[in-house]
Ligand binder design. Structure first.
Ligand code: PGA
Length: 254
């Protein structure tokens, strides 16, 4: 028995119409089932308002895929935490490897965002993970260590209960090749030890999600791993029936 969080990262997918259908299907898919797991969807910014109305009053929580660390101002094209909060967002994904790779986001910037998110009363989902090259040159744990040390820098113990970590090996994202249970197990154990050393004993309760080609096919075996507390799901979160099956898998553990 462990608390589980199933989070859908829709990335740059869904028109307003598609987002409406997908959100409605997820809400109705869990409406009449008893559920211990928590469920979260993170649509693109343009659909947050629409999805917010659909999930309102349901057990589906709402998150965004990014934010700016300043509350307002001259930052063309950016989205602030008060804006997200006003639409009932409770979570923000930060440090996703796609943002690190394509938009050059550094651990320092991710740390700034983490502080802003926690200060605004929301929960950051801080993504970390090694590239294939880093894994092949045996640098996986060094990379995780570095990312955690910098992303969590200066976070007050009082905020520990709001932090969420997602381990997403870059080589497993969108490739159809998920990490195998042994790889996930050792990475999550390492992350658990590291966050306890940074944030203190309360970090034993911090959810560590796995992400990277997580599907209805491998969810059972991934969720059974001791320090896995849910999943951050890309591709398979765009089809309601797959996402709902993954939620069902997590229920066997929760
Ligand atoms: P994927 O993406 O499930 O499509 O591999 C996961 C993620 O990037 O969060």
């Amino acid at each position: 028995m462990k608390p589980m969080l199933i989070a859908g990262n829709w990335k740059m997918n869904t028109t307003a119409e598609e987002a409406t259908t997908l959100a409605q299907q997820i809400v109705s898919g869990i409406a009449n089932v008893s559920l211990k797991s928590k469920v979260l969807v993170c649509p693109p910014f343009t659909n947050i308002s629409t999805v917010s109305q659909i999930v309102n009053g349901s057990r589906v929580m709402l998150g965004s895929q990014n934010c700016h660390f300043e509350p307002k101002g001259a930052f063309t094209g950016e989205i602030s935490l008060p804006m997200l909060k006003s639409l009932a967002c409770t979570h923000v994904i930060i440090g996703h490897s796609e943002r690190r790779a394509y938009f050059h986001e550094s651990d320092e910037l991710i740390n700034k965002k983490a502080h802003a998110i926690l200060g605004a009363g929301l929960q950051p989902i801080i993504c970390i993970g090694e590239t294939l090259e880093q894994r092949q040159s045996n640098k996986t744990f060094d990379v995780l260590d570095f990312q955690l040390t910098h992303c969590l820098k200066g976070i007050e113990p009082a905020f520990t209960q709001s932090v969420i970590i997602a381990y997403e090996p870059v080589w497993a994202i969108g490739t159809g090749i998920a990490a195998v249970p042994e790889q996930i197990d050792e990475a999550h154990n390492f992350i658990r030890e590291k966050i306890v050393s940074i944030l203190g004993n309360d970090a034993k309760q911090v959810p560590i999600l796995y992400g990277g080609s997580l599907t209805n096919q491998n969810a059972d075996s991934v969720f059974a791993i001791e320090n896995v507390n849910g999943g951050l799901i890309g591709g398979a979160s765009l089809k309601a029936e797959l996402f709902l099956e993954i939620i069902q898998s997590s229920e066997k553990i929760a």
